[in-house]
Ligand binder design. Structure first.
Ligand code: UDP
Length: 468
């Protein structure tokens, strides 16, 4: 039958609500290029039930796999990293590998030609694909350079090598020189014989069995990062970004009042401050940041998360901010403090937003730069340190601080100064805005018509799948 002939794409994002949207947007792009394909999204029943699926034609099928986190010493309902503490992550990664038999059974029951597109943490699906004669790709929702460096650090633990001082090169990419402060906490503690390293090295060796890597980046912006990935994994990386979150369509009162607040400020005058959905700065840093924002004399919109290690169950407490800070900034109409979730894409698209102080999560970077908004970087974990290096090299980011460990001090004076440099009429600020505008154009061009580099790349990937 025709159904048996047409391609069946099986998407397998990592188990976290935040990882699924990029896969869904990838599904929509695949449908646009090949309306006849079938797409199945595989995850746990709980995560699938929590999804709001976009109206795509043909619709996305859902396949739930049984998952028993309690068997791995995790809380019974834990089906996402967002529900867990960092010390439970490794058990969760290990538990996720228990999905293999059910995934294998599902894939072997499919009749049509199959292409599995999985998260890097599920790169073990490459073995399943090989056994079934299916095509296999890993989809990296992050950038090329950040991922390549992240994997390389796990593979070599360069900071543990005898010759390493505070600064050391990556053994496989010697032109990339890192500082110890750019190594995330759990990597710093790695010895090579620990479960984190073992897990990541297994991921890396599985990634080397895949047939292709799809990356949420743009060829013109990341040619050297893409070359690094190619060398790391030994397969063709296909840059298909930016794959962006659509603006949240929430019409909540809170969102409306945030936008009204922005409306009341002059163009490019507001600093937006947010450290993403997972990371927090520590209590001392929060004080210095608050004082620095106040001293900068510029309007700011700050999305507050409780400081590192402090319980968030009762929401954000005013005592975590310097005394009188909230009243002073509100009175002068200088600062808007948002507790909880902010409509980030709408904020970055707003003409009043002039710069973004960010933890350099990849989505935040793409969302900022596609609107030509330069960055003030404060990377906190994972590959954010390496993303920050990349955007600094693009000339669109100045790093204000690194990390949230006790050793990562930041002074209010330095915060105020950096904000002034980036947002003011300085040579550096002007240059950053020009560079950000060039990048915004490159990002738009990548998906403008079938000849845009990312559109052509996804088409190239599909042809490669079809010819396999
Ligand atoms: N985000 C948002 N409102 C918030 C915080 C985050 O809309 O208050 C969105 C943001 O637009 C982005 C994503 O959450 O799409 C965060 O992704 P990123 O890769 O930047 O960082 P992560 O949260 O994964 O560390």
């Amino acid at each position: 039958t025709e159904e048996a002939e047409s391609l069946h794409v099986v998407l397998f994002p990592f188990l976290a609500r935040g990882h699924i949207p990029a896969f869904l947007r990838l599904a929509a792009l695949l449908h646009e290029l090949r309306p006849g394909i079938t797409v199945t999204l595989v995850s746990t029943a709980r995560l699938l039930a929590s999804l709001t699926l976009p109206a795509t034609t043909p619709p996305i099928r859902l396949q739930a796999l049984p998952f028993a986190p309690a068997d791995h010493g995790l809380p019974p309902g834990a089906e996402s990293l967002a529900d867990l503490h960092v010390h439970q992550f490794i058990a969760f990664f290990q538990a996720s590998e228990s999905l293999r038999p059910a995934f294998e059974a599902f894939v072997s029951g499919l009749r049509s030609p199959v292409c599995i597109i999985a998260d890097a943490f599920f790169a073990w699906t490459a073995d399943v694909a090989r056994a079934r004669g299916a095509f296999h790709a890993v989809f990296l929702p992050g950038g090329a350079f950040g991922n390549a460096v992240f994997f390389s650090v796990w593979e070599h633990l360069p900071h543990t090598l005898p010759a390493a001082g505070d600064v050391f090169p990556l053994p496989d990419f010697p032109s990339v020189v890192l500082h110890r402060a750019q190594i995330p906490r759990y990597m710093l503690a790695a010895t090579g014989a620990d479960p984190w390293t073992a897990f990541f090295r297994r991921v890396i060796s599985s990634c080397r069995k895949t047939d292709a890597v799809l990356v949420n980046t743009v060829q013109e912006l990341e040619s050297s990062g893409l070359d690094m990935l190619k060398r790391s994994f030994g397969v063709q990386p296909w840059p298909i970004g930016p794959i962006l979150a659509p603006p949240t369509s929430s019409d909540s009162q809170d969102d409306a009042s945030i936008i009204r607040w922005l409306d009341a400020h002059p163009p490019r005058s507001v600093l937006y401050v947010s450290f993403g959905s997972q990371n927090s700065i520590n209590a001392g840093q929060m004080t210095q940041l608050a004082l620095g924002l106040e001293a900068s004399g510029r309007p700011f919109l700050w999305v507050l998360r409780p400081p590192l290690g402090l319980d968030a169950t009762d929401g954000f407490k005013s005592e975590w901010l310097p005394s009188g800070f909230e009243e002073r900034t509100a009175k002068a109409n200088r600062g808007l403090l948002v507790r909880g979730w902010a409509p980030q894409v709408r904020i970055l698209a707003h003409p009043s937003t002039g710069a973004f102080m960010s933890h350099c999560g990849w989505n935040s970077i793409l969302e900022s730069l596609c609107h030509g908004v330069p960055l003030i970087g404060w990377p906190l974990g994972a590959e954010q340190f390496f993303n920050a290096m990349l955007v600094a090299e693009w000339g669109v980011c100045v790093e204000v601080a690194r990390g949230n460990m006790e050793s990562s001090a930041v002074a209010s004076g330095a915060v105020a100064e950096t904000v002034g440099t980036v947002m003011g009429e300085t040579a550096k600020g002007d240059e950053m805005r020009r560079n950000a505008a060039v990048i915004a154009r490159a990002m738009a061009a990548a998906w403008e018509g079938p000849r845009g580099s990312s559109a052509a790349s996804l088409e190239g990937f599909l042809r490669c799948v079809e010819m396999s």
